[in-house]
Design a protein around this ligand. Structure first.
Ligand code: HEM
Length: 360
């Protein structure tokens, strides 16, 4: 149990603390996420923070712009597309596990999603390292603000995307950049919106799935009976994924702004939805603090949010987690922690910086 979440939970489903509304309740958080009287912007359309250098994306937009831009990106992440893609992810996972002593984060959990999203977007291998460094800097900037290093990396990546976009305008391929370029040609989105979409997909693909794989592996090794159960029955992989997402969600919180007075919440007041706490709401999940891969997940956890901003990459992330956990169980049944874990220093992202492990 997280002491701050439990202290807030004791104050009831909706509480006012540190100048904002907060909820730890699964039903209330879900209700707010699905309530069209709330948005991600103020009622007049302005956005609460402008600290980030990232181009604006549909994650930071309310309808109708959100609807228009999300619709353009959606086909690339359809369950059918993701299923067709699975064999390639299996190959990547397998090749990353040809080792005995390694860092589960740096050598497995991070390179897998990086390689997958780069491939889906259409980033050539020669540029992947540059994008990966950028992803790491963006992640650091969530916690420590924008640095000069981040600003430089940002300029570089936008230039790289510009180059790839120009190239796809000349010679389209079967990738997300090409599909966005086609939509641009039909005037469904602007060049700036295309850049925002690409950066969102890149960052969302890099910074979250790594922690699903990391947090799940650590949970399994920390619960030997669950690890044993899973190894004996690898088809539990989807349940391992769901229970990891519930028990240790990579994204711990999000927020919404009321566009009109809603009960006690005033117009333009912000509500923070504590996903990490809602996922352990004892009113919804019996023995909520227990990591239990046999758990029945009804209702669904909020790790992917809910409502119109429900994670567009959820099917992809689930598939990557499924592949990663199966590969570990099959290739590394004696996997052990081999040194001290260090954690990410963040309130939003829950994950490890480093997790030394060995095959036996
Ligand atoms: C949105 C979590 C993986 C793409 C979100 C949101 C959450 C989330 C919580 C919604 C935030 C909000 O409502 O304010 C996660 C987790 C992942 C994951 C936990 C991995 C385990 C991915 C992947 C992609 C992706 C692999 C693919 C590229 C997106 C996009 C949005 C989004 C595009 C914005 C959706 C919208 O605004 O309509 N994700 N995500 N995510 N995610 Fe993910």
């Amino acid at each position: 149990p997280h002491p701050i979440y439990e202290r807030l939970r004791a104050q009831g489903p909706l509480t006012h603390d540190g100048g904002m509304w907060l909820t730890t309740s699964h039903p209330l958080a879900g209700k707010i996420l699905r309530d069209r009287r709330f948005g991600v912007r103020f009622a007049d359309g302005s956005y609460p923070t402008n600290a980030s250098l990232l181009p604006e994306s549909f994650l930071e937009l309310d309808p109708p712009d959100h609807t228009r831009l999300r619709r353009i990106a959606t086909p690339a992440f359809s369950p059918k597309k993701i299923d067709e893609y699975r064999a390639r992810v299996e190959k990547v996972a397998d090749s990353l596990l040809d080792r005995d002593e390694f860092d589960l984060i740096a050598d497995f959990a991070a390179p897998l999603p990086i390689s997958v999203i780069s491939d889906l977007l259409g980033i050539p291998d020669s540029d992947t390292a540059e994008f990966a460094d950028y992803g790491a800097l963006v992640a650091a900037s969530f916690d420590s603000g924008v640095t000069q290093e981040m600003a430089n990396a940002n300029d570089k990546v936008l230039a790289l995307f510009d180059r790839l976009i120009a190239q796809r305008r000349r010679t389209p391929g079967d990738d997300v950049i090409s599909s966005l370029v086609a939509a641009e040609a039909e005037q469904k989105l602007t060049a700036q919106e295309m850049l925002g979409t690409l950066v969102l997909l890149l960052v969302a693909g890099f910074e979250t799935t790594v922690n699903l794989i990391g947090n799940g592996t650590r949970a399994l090794l920390g619960h030997p009976s669950q690890w044993k159960l899973f190894k004996a029955n690898p088809d539990l992989a989807p349940s391992v994924v769901e229970e990891t997402l519930r028990w240790a969600p990579p994204v711990q919180l999000t927020s919404r702004i009321a566009h009109e007075q809603v009960d006690r919440i005033g117009k333009d007041e912000m509500v923070t939805l504590l996903i990490g706490a809602a996922n352990r709401d004892p009113e919804v999940y019996p023995e909520a603090h227990k990591f239990d891969v046999m758990r029945v997940h009804r209702p669904e956890h909020l790790a992917f949010s809910s409502g119109i901003h429900y994670c567009l990459g959820a099917t992809l992330a689930r598939m990557e987690g499924d592949v990663a956990f199966r590969a570990l169980a099959r290739r590394m049944p004696e996997l052990k922690q081999a040194g001290p874990v260090t954690f990410r220093d963040s309130v939003v992202i829950r994950g490890m910086r480093s997790f030394p492990v060995s095959r036996s």
